[in-house]
Design a protein around this ligand. Structure first.
Ligand SMILES: Cc1cc2nc3c(=O)[nH]c(=O)nc-3n(C[C@H](O)[C@H](O)[C@H](O)COP(=O)(O)O)c2cc1C
Ligand code: SF4
Length: 489
C-alpha cells in the first residue's frame, strides 16, 4: 500500500460504527458515544468545581476548554495586536467555560519563541487586562453569564527553542545528543544555576502582573520542549536543578511556591507534556522515524525506548505539583519541534515535518488514554485533555464518552477553535456540526509561522483566507511538496 493510501482519513469514516471499527482495528483504548446529548443534563454541559489556591472554590460552567494557541502576531515589543485581540474574542465566544492560558506569553524577552510572541513585564497590566476583558465581553454577548468562566494566562520561557529576534538563540539546561545539532548551541547557551534562580523570579513577577490584569490562574508551562519541560529531562545536569526527579522539578516547584507567596489568591495550573518521545525525522519515504537508534534517556515520561511511555515519573511529579498548590493540569505530549506527530496529530504534516509513522488516531488515543490513567491516580487535581482536534466530526462523540466515564474533567480543543471557534456552542445547543468548518489538520497554522508568517486557519477562516500571506503560504507549501518528491502527505 502506498504511503498516502495506508491511513484512512477521518472524514471518510462514514458513521460511529465505522469509527469504532477503526479504533478496534488499531487496538486503541478509545471509545465514543453513539449520540451527542444536548440540554442541561448533557454530560458536556455539566458544571464542575475547582479550588483555586487560597481563593474560594470556583464553578466552571461546562466541559469544554480552549487550549492556548499563539498566533505569531504580537508587536515586536511583545504587545497584542488586533489579530491577537480577534483570536481572544473568538476564544471567549466559543462557548467553552475554561480558557486555558490564552497563548504562551514570554516572561523575558530572551525567552520568546519568535519576535512576535507576547512578552509580559510590569507595564503589561493594561494590555493583558484588555485582552481578558474582550474575551469575557465576547463570552457575555454570546452566552450570558460569566461567573462560571475561568480564564488563565500561560507563562513561558522557550529555552532551547528561543528565537527572540527571528534566528535561534537557544538557552538550554543540558547538552543533548540530538537536539544540540538542530540549533546552534555552545557552552554559553547553557543556563547556570544563578541564571535559573533569576529566571524563576521573572515568572513570579509575571504572575503578579497576571493577577493584577484579572486572570483567575497562571499556567507555569512545562511542555513542548520549552525550558521547564527540558529541565524535567535533565538527568545529566549537575547541581540543584538536575539529576533526580526532585532536582529536575526543583525550578518548577520553587517557582510555584514563590508565586503562592506573592499572590496567594491566584490559581496555579501547569500544562505538562505527560510523556515525551525521542526526536523524530523523515525517513527516505518521508515517514517519521526516531532519529536515534537504541535506548533514549531524555524523554520525561518515556520508557527508555524513545517511542514508548512510562508514567511513573509523571505520577510522582503530579504528586509534587499538587503539594505545591497546583489544582489543574492540562495534559499534552512531546514537542512540536522534535515529535510533532505526538503533540498535534495531523493527516497533513507541516512543511518541515514528516508523514505520520502510524494512523494519527494512535497518538490521539495515547494522549487521551494517558490522561485518564493519570486522572484516576490524582483525584486531587483537575485534568484538561488535549489532542482531540484530529477526531474531527467525532470529536464531540469521543469527548462526551471521556467526560461521561470520568476520564477527564474538561476537553481541551486547540486547532479546531481556530477553524470552528463555536463548535462547543453548537454541540451544547444540540445543533448539527458545520462540517465545512471542521479542522482537517492541514497544518497551515503550523507551516505559516515556521516560515515567518502569522498563524491562523488559512484554509477555513475567511479572515485568513483573504490575507496576502495566504498566497505566500501556498507557494511555500508547493515548494515543500516538491522537495518531498511530490508527496502532499
Ligand atoms: C498554531 C498553534 C499555536 C499553538 N500555540 C500554543 C501555545 O501558545 N501554547 C501551548 O501550550 N500550546 C500551543 N499549541 C498547541 C495546542 O495548544 C494543542 O496542544 C495542539 O494543537 C493539540 O490540540 P488539538 O489537537 O486540539 O489541536 C499551539 C498549536 C498550534 C497549532
Ligand atoms: S490551518 Fe486550519 S484546518 Fe489546518 S490544522 Fe490549522 S486549524 Fe486545522
Amino acid at each position: 500500500m502506498s504511503v498516502p493510501d495506508r491511513i484512512p482519513q477521518v472524514r471518510r469514516l462514514a458513521d460511529v460504527a465505522a469509527v469504532r471499527a477503526r479504533f478496534d482495528e488499531l487496538g486503541l483504548d478509545l471509545t465514543l458515544d453513539d449520540e451527542i446529548e444536548a440540554g442541561a443534563d448533557a454530560p458536556l454541559a455539566q458544571p464542575w468545581t475547582v479550588a483555586l489556591a487560597d481563593g474560594p472554590e470556583r464553578t466552571v460552567g461546562n466541559r469544554f476548554a480552549v487550549l492556548p494557541m499563539e498566533g505569531w502576531d504580537g508587536t515586536i515589543d511583545g504587545r497584542p495586536t488586533d489579530l491577537v485581540a480577534r483570536r481572544w474574542e473568538r476564544f471567549g465566544a466559543s462557548g467553552a467555560k475554561l480558557v486555558w492560558g490564552g497563548e504562551a506569553v514570554a516572561v523575558r524577552a530572551d525567552g520568546r519563541a519568535n519576535p512576535n510572541q507576547l512578552c509580559i513585564g510590569p507595564d503589561s497590566v493594561d494590555d493583558l487586562g484588555d485582552l481578558r476583558r474582550r474575551l469575557v465581553a465576547a463570552h457575555a454577548e454570546q452566552h450570558g453569564r460569566t461567573d462560571d468562566l475561568l480564564v488563565g494566562l500561560q507563562l513561558t520561557h522557550s529555552g532551547r527553542w528561543s528565537r527572540p529576534e527571528g534566528s535561534p538563540v537557544p538557552r538550554t539546561v543540558y547538552r543533548h545528543p540530538v537536539l544540540d545539532d538542530r540549533v546552534p548551541v555552545d557552552e554559553g547557551t547553557l543556563l547556570t544555576d544563578d541564571d535559573l534562580d533569576d529566571l524563576s523570579q521573572r515568572f513570579v513577577d509575571a504572575a503578579g502582573v497576571a493577577a493584577e490584569a484579572g486572570f483567575d490562574f497562571v499556567d507555569v508551562k512545562a511542555c513542548h520542549g520549552y525550558l521547564l519541560h527540558e529541565l524535567l529531562s535533565g538527568v545529566d545536569r549537575d547541581g540543584p536543578y538536575g539529576g533526580a526527579l526532585e532536582d529536575r522539578a526543583r525550578f518548577q516547584l520553587a517557582t510555584l511556591a514563590a508565586i503562592r507567596d506573592r499572590v496567594p489568591d491566584l490559581g496555579l495550573g501547569v500544562r505538562l507534556s505527560i510523556y515525551d518521545l525521542a526526536p523524530h525525522e523523515a525517513g527516505p519515504d518521508g515517514v517519521g522515524r526516531p532519529a536515534v537508534s537504541g535506548p533514549y534517556r531524555y524523554a520525561f515520561g518515556g520508557d527508555g525506548t524513545g517511542t514508548g511511555i512510562d508514567l511513573s515519573e509523571t505520577n510522582r511529579l503530579l504528586d509534587l505539583l499538587a503539594g505545591a498548590g497546583v489544582s489543574m493540569v492540562c495534559t499534552t505530549a512531546g514537542s512540536p519541534y522534535h515529535c510533532p506527530h505526538a503533540q498535534r496529530p495531523a493527516y497533513f504534516p507541516p512543511s518541515d515535518g514528516y508523514l505520520p509513522p502510524a494512523d494519527p488516531l494512535v497518538e490521539v488515543a495515547r494522549m487521551i488514554g494517558a490522561t485518564a490513567v493519570l486522572r484516576a491516580r490524582h483525584p486531587e487535581l483537575a485534568f484538561v485533555g488535549s489532542g482531540y482536534s484530529y477526531l474531527q466530526e467525532w470529536l464531540p462523540h469521543v469527548a462526551q464518552a471521556e467526560v461521561r466515564a470520568g476520564r477527564v474533567d474538561s476537553v481541551g480543543i486547540g486547532r479546531m477553535v481556530l477553524s470552528y471557534p463555536d463548535l462547543a456552542a453548537d454541540v451544547l445547543a444540540g445543533r448539527p456540526l458545520d462540517r465545512r468548518r471542521l479542522c482537517r489538520t492541514f497544518s497551515d497554522c503550523t507551516t505559516a509561522p515556521r516560515n515567518g508568517l502569522v498563524s491562523g486557519c488559512f484554509p477555513l477562516d475567511e479572515h485568513y483566507k483573504a490575507m496576502p500571506a495566504r498566497v505566500e503560504l501556498t507557494r511555500i507549501k508547493r515548494e515543500a511538496e516538491a522537495a518531498r518528491g511530490g508527496r502532499r502527505r
